[in-house]
Design a protein around this ligand. Structure first.
Ligand code: NAD
Ligand code: TDX
Length: 332
């Protein structure tokens, strides 16, 4: 039995990871989460209290972080400000959490000698042309575009420096776009699903040619567990499941799966600096660590996600009106 500290475990991917850990291991989990607008204790509510404990606090609180590192064997660091559109509106919290928060955790990992896994994103590599035959690999140079992705890139570089300079026992993974249950309604897929449920037309930024490489959050979780168990200290692993789709295709598929006409959506103001395409080559993770995704069929995974939002309106309804007001003020 391993005692895990999961930062950001009340957010979208962190809570999916905690469910995955409870179902597939005998680990005990302490979640450290500030419960920002993006954190929701209801995402952990059905988990056994003898396996999962929630501590409400900030990863930049050095005293609290030090105390918690003294109680666990390994740390998985999901906590972040995660939404690009918010980072264009107000970048400051992204610096405080993604940079200073990660620094605070690394200092504790250094003091305690704790195994540390840092969760990051493919957005640190910038974007690709639509017809570029190459995909991102572990050696692609960093070239982030937004305040969000630049602070994630900064946090990755801090981890690498703490490994090299101080011998911190850390690994990094950079994953592509996740979908699944418990994702905040500000994000693309849940926003469109809940729009359709509410009778609002889905909103596509610009022409919708932008490509994202979709992976189910549960496959992200199994990949992270694999890296924790078999990853080599100091290494970076890219996580992806060959899920490239452009936004127009995704919005049309959501509409069709929900029994609507596939063209019943609006084109709205594009995102400033909008990255064109992300695409992951996960060869290292597959060949060196033997990982493979369980969700191979995007349409089936999306249908299950639509079903979850249809069945769990009380989970997302409190955030919906505020999110739509934020977007409406920007013509989105
Ligand atoms: P999210 O916004 O849904 O959740 C973030 C969680 O972190 C929330 O529970 C929030 O309360 C918590 N948090 C924020 N600031 C905190 C602080 N200072 N102290 C403690 N807790 C704090 O984000 P997500 O989409 O689940 O992303 C989780 C991680 O995965 C992030 O590091 C993100 O960069 C990375 N990632 C996300 C995706 C994606 O598609 N969403 C893809 C690749 C990587
Ligand atoms: O209403 C919308 N309409 C739309 O066309 C929204 C909210 C988004 N979009 C577009 C923008 C993107 O091209 O959909 C795509 C996906 O948008 P987001 O859900 O905001 O995700 P993205 O910006 O790609 O970033 C996500 O994946 C990488 C996560 O939010 C990040 O945390 C992760 O690092």
């Amino acid at each position: 039995m391993t005692r895990l500290l999961v930062t950001g475990g009340a957010g979208f991917i962190g809570s999916n990871f905690v469910h995955h850990v409870v179902e597939n291991t005998d680990h005990e989990v302490t979640v450290l989460d500030k419960l920002t607008y993006a954190g929701n204790p209801a995402s952990l509510a059905d988990l056994p209290s003898n396996r999962v404990r929630l501590v409400v606090g900030d990863i930049a609180d050095a005293e609290l972080v030090d105390e918690l590192f003294g109680q666990v064997d390994q740390v998985v660091h999901y906590a972040a400000e995660s939404h690009n559109d918010n980072s264009l509106h107000d970048p400051r919290p992204f610096l405080d959490t993604n940079i200073v928060g990660t620094y605070t955790l690394l200092e504790a990992a250094r003091r305690h000698g704790t195994r540390f896994h840092h969760i990051s994103t493919d957005e640190v590599y910038g974007d690709l042309e639509l017809d570029d035959p190459q995909r991102f690999t572990e050696s692609t140079p960093y070239n982030p575009s937004s305040p969000y992705s630049s602070t994630k890139a900064g946090s990755d570089l801090l981890v690498r420096a703490w490994v090299r300079s101080f011998g911190v026992q850390a690994t990094i993974s950079n994953c592509s776009n996740n979908y699944g249950p418990y994702q905040h309604v500000e994000k693309f897929i849940p926003r469109q699903i809940t729009n359709v449920i509410r009778g609002i037309r889905p909103k596509l930024y610009g022409a919708g040619e932008n490509v994202r490489d979709w992976i189910h959050a549960d496959d992200h979780s199994s990949a992270v567990l694999t890296v924790l168990e078999k990853g080599e200290i100091g290494q970076t692993y890219l996580i992806g499941a060959e899920g490239e789709k452009n936004n127009r295709e995704v919005i049309e598929l959501i509409l069709s799966l929900m029994g609507q006409s596939p063209d019943a959506y609006d084109h709205v103001t594009d995102r400033a600096g909008h990255d064109l395409r992300y695409a992951i080559d996960a060869t290292r993770l597959r060949t060196e660590l033997g990982w493979k995704p369980a969700f191979q069929d995007f349409e089936a995974g999306l249908a299950a996600t639509i079903h979850w939002y249809t069945q769990n309106e009380e989970w997302w309804a409190p955030a919906k009106a505020g999110v739509e007001a934020f977007y409406a003020a920007k013509g989105q």
